[in-house]
Ligand binder design. Structure first.
Ligand code: HEC
Length: 137
């Protein structure tokens, strides 16, 4: 049997992703409230958000970006809400709420095709990930 080049490429990319970051994790958004591990919640966040960080600071976006931002908004709203089930105190919860607010702002910007708003919301999200990791990870 020969493997199609696309199959080999997909397998290589999946391995590379596992190797240099969180495992690719795409829990259906309706099942995120049922997750029992903060690590898996975080893996879901990284899977959807990490590919978007390189778009921070761009002055215009294409339709594929707006679609990606809408998906990021929906998924990060679910994961950030879920994060509070693994609370480490009020400061932790406040950062999870901040991430939720910024994810909502990204969704609003995507609907309006507001490039400056989307870039700012993405930047704020990334900063919030980092802030919580430096305090609680
Ligand atoms: C409210 C605090 C908080 C926020 C906000 C937060 N994280 Fe985390 N993150 C944690 C903690 C705590 C851990 C360690 C969890 C563990 O594995 O027990 C962690 C771990 C991780 C991991 C490692 C998971 C693994 O497989 O070991 C990744 C990846 C990650 N976070 C990505 C993100 C991304 C991306 C964002 C922003 C979109 C984010 N996090 C926002 C608290 C946070």
């Amino acid at each position: 049997m020969r493997l199609a080049p696309t199959t080999i490429l997909a397998a290589t990319l999946a391995l590379a992703a596992v190797h240099c970051g969180a495992p690719i994790t795409n829990t259906p958004v309706n099942d995120i409230p049922k997750l029992t591990s903060l690590t898996i919640v975080m893996d879901n966040q990284a899977t959807v958000a990490d590919p978007q960080w390189k778009k921070i600071g761009a002055t215009s976006y294409v339709d594929a970006d707006w679609a990606a931002f809408t998906l990021v908004s929906e998924r990060i709203q679910a994961t950030s809400l879920k994060t509070k089930d693994f609370t480490k105190g009020p400061d932790f919860d406040a950062l999870a709420t901040k991430l939720n607010d910024k994810a909502k702002a990204l969704g609003v910007a995507a609907t309006a095709k507001d490039s400056a708003g989307a870039s700012a919301a993405l930047g704020d999200m990334k900063a919030t990930c980092k802030e919580c990791h430096s305090k609680f990870r």
